[in-house]
Design a protein around this ligand. Sequence first.
Ligand code: NAD
Length: 349
Amino acid sequence: MNAPFRVALSGDFRKADGSPVYPDFDLEPLRKAPNVEFAYLEPRNPVEAGQIEDFDALILLGHRFTKDSIHPNGRLAVVARFGVGYDTVDVEACTKAGIALAITPDGVRRPVAVSIITFILALSGKLMMKDRLTREGAAGFARRGDHMGLGLVGRTLGSIGIGNIGAELFRLIKPFEMKLIAHDPVADKKLAGGLGVELVQLEDVFRRSDFVSVSCPLTPQTRHLVNAGRLALMKPTAYLINTARGPIVDQNALTKALEERRIAGAGLDVLEKEPPDADDPILKLDNVILAPHALCWTDQCFAGNGAADVRAVLDVRNGREPRVVVNREVLETAAWKNRLAGFRKRFPA
Ligand SMILES: NC(=O)c1ccc[n+]([C@@H]2O[C@H](COP(=O)([O-])OP(=O)(O)OC[C@H]3O[C@@H](n4cnc5c(N)ncnc54)[C@H](O)[C@@H]3O)[C@@H](O)[C@H]2O)c1
């Protein structure tokens, strides 16, 4: 009998008591696949090389995977990120080691786009303030006229990034009859045109939008892309929404702009430091709505990410390329092709 194809799941899929954090994540396809075993790693962050020595595949939640996570025995063939952000993974080191990095755009596309719309609706409707007013009773009701919301028809929604999530946001927001603009250095012009999105310069997204939404990856080029200078271009009535990654926004500059009421408010699912320090001044502000990097977490989001990752690792076990690979250059190497051929030989269909 051939040695089994072994799949590791990063330690953060389980609580300290060993119970699963996300029960809706369906592992049945791994259980049913012949000659496949899986196991949870101890919660080590970053993942340690010794932990993955005996595994062919790793399903990786939030833990980091660095160059030191790679075992020199060369057994690991694929890291399947549970989500689409991969700033926690050393992609270059994976590529050098012949490890494919798979991600799950199908799992997050709708849930994150819905999170952005949740922020747009909550901010424009002053939902948090109205909740507080109601709890104050008569005194709160008496002040409700001071908190008019912002109607959305004809208002401008600008996205930094029109990729998987940015495009879905524009698809879903259509019935709200907003003007749609976006900046993306590699925008698909046909896609943008089809969605009725005007492609503009980065600065124009800040100048023109009533809602600026961030949907680009965190890279050295996008770190602090939303800085004091660009925040200063925003209208005083405009809102900033970030569901991408915290460090894309200079949080000190944003906190200052919010404190000084130079913009109307913000919706942030992500922060520069997660979790934030207890004395982080952003926690004191009443013109920001915060979420703990989990606004998109729904049963369907986890089921979708899990299904995509399970499919990706089983694809490799079956000697096929996973559907969405970040470091596609790996797939062209002789080492990778030999590796897949090896799996096909080990596990004939
Ligand atoms: N909050 C969450 O739980 C959560 C969940 C999923 C994804 N995310 C984040 O959302 C990001 C976007 O996800 P996606 O699936 O849409 O990725 P994607 O790769 O499909 O799209 C990102 C787009 O951003 C563009 N971009 C790159 N640099 C840019 C720049 N300087 N200015 C403007 N656009 C730029 C890219 O060209 C691309 O079109 C991810 O990188 C991830 O960090 C967050």
